[in-house]
Design a protein. Structure first.
Length: 280
């Protein structure tokens, strides 16, 4: 019998080891692990020319780069958007450069992960509902799934809105469907889990249930922000929409890091987040 799409996706992910069991770590060890995995460091996977191009597309109003949010296109000059990316990632942009590496400060990553943990700690203490979702169902799958598991153990209430809902877009020959890997929403084409910037899955999820807080990325996060829901998120250096939304005061915490490396290497982010949660 053929595997279900989510079963198949889960089977392709690397196994987790004891670094994914919540326990105290020295900050230096977490920092080194981020550098070793290239989640942060002097050069992440997107070079400057790619980052600049995506900033231009956001500024010009390319729908794919808006992450389902309004009021971003033309809001700030590309130069100022690059400054925002630099501030969030922890580097000083060279505005004379057009090529070269883009760095991410591992301490910025850990600080933002702890800030996400602080918001999720409140969700646990208040018994809030939480929605977790990712447009990167490979790279970030374990991070969201394991955080969701810990939230459920510590008093928060992860939701699975619109589970199984499917729809078809004009011009496409397949269905889209919302599925869950543990507590984490992903978009599938009923054959595989798909990378997406679309806000449509989250729009359908929020029509089914409105949570107290969302932890997400890409269009999942953008749609929640657009609808005024308290959102903490993850963004890569070449995806400035969520960073610009933060600068506009529409969201408070964005973790800027490489968001698509090996999924089992995000354990330092997991540990930094859960270190701020209440005891299970």
């Amino acid at each position: 019998m053929a595997m279900d799409v989510i079963e198949h996706h889960a089977a392709q992910l690397p196994a987790l080891d004891d670094r994914w069991e919540p326990r105290p770590y020295e900050r230096d060890e977490l920092r080194r692990a981020l550098l070793d995995a290239a989640i942060a460091g002097p050069q992440v996977s997107h070079p400057l020319d790619n980052v600049l191009r995506h900033i231009e597309l956001l500024y010009e109003g390319d729908p794919d780069k808006q992450f389902a949010m309004t009021r971003l296109a033309g809001a700030l000059s590309p130069r100022k958007i690059l400054d925002l990316v630099g501030a969030e990632a922890g580097f000083e942009p060279d505005h004379t450069a057009t090529h070269g590496p883009v760095p991410v400060d591992p301490d910025h990553v850990l600080d933002r992960c702890q800030a996400v943990g602080d918001r999720l700690r409140l969700a646990c203490r208040r018994g809030e509902t939480v929605v977790l979702a990712t447009g990167h169902p490979v790279g970030l799958a374990h991070l969201y799934a394991e955080v969701g598991r810990e939230l459920a153990r510590r008093g928060a209430r992860p939701l699975r809105p619109a589970e199984g809902e499917k729809w078809r877009e004009e011009g496409r020959h397949h269905w889209w469907q919302i599925r869950y890997l543990g507590h984490v929403a992903v978009l599938t084409d009923k054959a595989s889990a798909r990378h997406t910037h679309s806000g449509e899955p989250m729009r359908r999820m929020l029509a089914d249930a409105v949570p107290g807080v969302v932890f997400a990325d890409h269009g999942f996060a953008g749609t929640a922000i657009e609808q005024g829901i308290d959102t903490v998120s993850i963004a890569d250096v070449n995806d400035p929409a969520l960073i610009l939304a933060k600068a506009q005061g529409r969201t408070e915490v964005v973790i800027v890091m490489d968001d698509n490396v090996q999924p089992d290497t995000y354990w330092p982010c997991f540990q930094a987040i859960v270190s701020r949660l209440p005891a299970a």
